[in-house]
Structures are given as structure tokens and as C-alpha cells.
Design a protein around this ligand. Structure first.
Ligand code: NAI
Ligand code: MG
Length: 330
């Protein structure tokens, strides 16, 4: 049976890199039925809609979603981030944002092979807060961090399960428990309790600021990392920067319970500065597609795609030429 995949190319280089990712998926011999959605900044500017309810309901029925990137300079901040990206994550209960990083040894470190498990539906991104006396000199803005035992625990359990399957079997909790004494306490207590169920996994705790130093100076010390939504957002940009750059950083927004489709996307944005020039590296989108294949149970195809990307290292050229070079290696 063909996997039914929702395709949201989005804006800028989004459609360019997604086209190459799909080319590679087809070259890997995987049977996919593509269901295209015209969503993103361009649609918002022309029709004033971000994510119509009936399109969300259609997406709900799919096996997975492949997203390029959304965002155009003329759309005000928050419209697409909250209205499309966060809404999809929340509505489809994609509670894990999984971001793997791999890089050969460099001058700075002995090599990187780590995965960040970022909580994806709560924290300071949940939308709690508001304004009082907006626009006056006495204005107040609050933005609260929402942490539920249920939400924290399922994310931490996913991270322990993942660490348990890896050679190093090591999991680090990253937070700021010394200052965020309420949410940090909930995370730390939950982490310690769940750890008791995974005797084979060794654990560590780092404050977010210290983790930023280690990410740059000694990322080889990490295996799996679990952290909250905001810390994970920032830490994974840094992870991309220390392991091959934004052109390699891939991600999956996972619903591990499979009550809705998971969504796979490169970490980078729509890069309006290079759209149409052929300079967009499609590898981050291709690696995201490999993550999608892995999640859909196409383990053999996923591994072949990952190997083909690795074998294409050093190949330069346009977006299409790099996509072709990866597809040829399958
Ligand atoms: P960006 O990731 O689009 O670009 C940052 C820099 O990296 C640019 O110089 C760009 O040319 C380069 N770059 C990005 N992807 C590349 C690739 N595949 N190959 C080669 N170079 C690449 O981030 P920026 O400029 O902050 O945001 C641009 C737009 O994208 C904004 O509207 C932003 O809101 C949106 N955005 C969307 C995301 C998403 O859809 N998940 C994530 C991040 C940003
Ligand atoms: Mg980010």
C-alpha cells in the first residue's frame, strides 16, 4: 500500500528542496501517494488564510507530512509560526521534536553523533499569557511556560526509549533547574522517576547555558538529550551549526502514539535570499525524508537514503544537481 504523504512545500526554497526529497524517496523505490497543500506566506498574502479547518482535517487522515519551510518577508511575525507550524504540531499532537546531528571529527572535537529530543507542544510556546493595558506606558506582557506532568513524562519516556536503543545508551536532561525552580523541578523529578525504569541508560544533567558551551567545545560527550520546547529550539540551531551547518539539519515532529500523522522538515527556513538561484542545499530535506521513511517502517529505504546522502558529501552544484547525485546513488 502506498504511503499517503501530505506535501507542504511552503515558501522560498521550501518547494525547491521538497521536490528533491521526493525525487530521492521515489528513487529509493518507496511507493508514495503525494497530496499537495498550498499553505504558507504566499497563500496568506493572496487569500488571507493560514490553515483552513477542512485542510487540517484532510491532513489528519494522512500517513505523514513533508514540509519545506514557510515564511515570506511581508507576513507579520507569528502569523505562520503560530497559525500553521505550531497549530499543526499541537493539533496533531506531535509532542516530540526529534533532531539528529552527526559530523565527522573536526579541529574542535572528536566527532558528533547526538539526537536532541525537544518537547514540542508545551513550555513557553503553548501560548499562555497576554497583555494588560496594551499600548500604554503601564503596559504589561506575560508569556507563561506550561509544563504538565503528562506532557513532560511522555517526552522524557520517548527519550529514554530512544537512548535504550543506541550503543552509548546515555541521556542528558538539559534545563535551568537552578532558576526555573517550578518547571525545572517537575522536569527533574519526572526524569529521575522515569530513569528507574531504564537501568541500562546512564544519565546526566546540564544547565542550558553550560550545554551551549559543551555543544561547541565537546559535543562528542552527548548521545541523547531531552529538553523543553524553548531550550530545544535554540540548542538545535547550535547543534546544526557545530555539525555540518544548516544545510544538513533535519527534523521530525513526531506523534509517537500515532494518533495523527508526524511531520518532517528541514530545520532551515525559506531562505528568501537564495530562492530561485539553485544555491539551496537539499540535503537537510532529504535527511528529513529519510527520518520519515524510518518512522513509516521503511527501514531499509531509510538507511539507503542516509548512505546515499553521506556518499554525496563533497558533491557541489545546484539544488537539482545535488538531488540527482543522491538519487543516482540509490
Ligand atoms: P533561513 O534558515 O531561511 O536562512 C538563514 C541563512 O541560511 C540564509 O543565509 C540562507 O540563505 C541560508 N540557508 C538556509 N537554508 C539553506 C539551504 N538549504 N542551503 C543553503 N543555504 C541555506 O532563516 P531566516 O533567514 O532567519 O528566515 C527566513 C524565513 O524563513 C523567515 O520568514 C522565517 O520566519 C522563516 N523560517 C521558517 C522556518 C520553518 O518553516 N520551519 C524555520 C526558520 C525560519
Ligand atoms: Mg528554530
Amino acid at each position: 500500500m502506498a504511503h499517503r504523504i501530505g506535501i507542504i512545500g511552503g515558501d522560498g526554497i521550501g518547494p525547491e528542496v521538497v521536490a528533491e526529497a521526493l525525487k530521492v524517496v521515489r528513487a529509493a523505490g518507496v511507493d508514495v501517494e503525494e497530496v499537495a497543500f498550498d499553505l504558507g506566506g504566499a497563500r496568506y498574502l493572496s487569500e488571507g488564510v493560514v490553515l483552513p479547518d477542512e485542510e487540517l482535517e484532510a491532513i489528519r487522515e494522512l500517513d505523514a507530512v513533508m514540509l519545506g519551510a514557510v515564511g515570506t518577508p511581508d507576513v507579520p511575525p507569528g502569523v505562520l509560526e503560530r497559525g500553521l507550524l505550531l497549530r499543526l504540531r499541537f493539533e496533531l499532537d506531535q509532542y516530540v521534536n526529534l533532531r539528529p546531528f552527526r559530523a565527522e571529527p573536526s579541529a574542535l572535537n572528536d566527532g558528533v553523533d547526538m539526537v536532541v529530543v525537544r518537547e514540542n507542544t508545551e513550555g513557553i510556546y503553548a501560548g499562555e499569557g497576554g497583555f494588560l493595558r496594551k499600548g500604554t506606558p503601564e503596559e504589561i506582557a506575560t508569556q507563561g511556560s506550561v509544563n504538565t506532568r503528562h506532557g513532560v513524562e511522555r517526552c522524557i519516556r520517548y527519550a529514554f526509549d530512544l537512548a535504550n536503543t543506541r550503543d552509548a545508551k546515555h541521556l542528558t536532561l538539559v534545563h535551568k533547574t537552578n532558576v526555573l525552580t517550578f518547571s525545572g523541578d517537575l522536569w527533574q523529578r519526572t526524569f529521575d522517576e522515569v530513569a528507574a525504569d531504564y537501568p541500562a541508560v546512564t544519565t546526566a544533567y546540564h544547565h542550558i547555558d553550560a550545554a551551549c558551551i559543551y555543544f561547541v567545545e565537546d559535543p562528542g560527550r552527548y548521545d541523547v538529550i531531552v529538553t523543553d520546547n524553548l531550550f530545544g529550539d535554540i540548542l538545535t540551531d547550535l547543534g546544526g551549526a557545530v555539525s555540518g551547518g544548516i544545510g544538513r539539519a533535519a527534523s521530525g515532529n513526531l506523534n509517537p502514539d500515532r494518533t495523527g500523522p508526524s511531520m518532517f522538515e528541514p530545520v532551515h527556513g525559506s531562505a528568501p535570499d537564495i530562492v530561485g538561484t539553485g544555491k539551496a542545499d537539499p540535503r537537510a530535506a532529504v535527511i528529513s525524508a529519510a527520518m520519515m521513511l524510518q518512522f513509516l517502517g521503511e527501514h531499509d529505504a531509510a538507511e539507503r537514503v542516509e548512505k546515499a546522502v553521506a556518499a554525496s558529501e563533497g558533491v557541489t552544484g545546484t539544488t537539482t544537481e545535488i538531488g540527482d547525485a543522491i538519487a543516482e546513488r540509490l
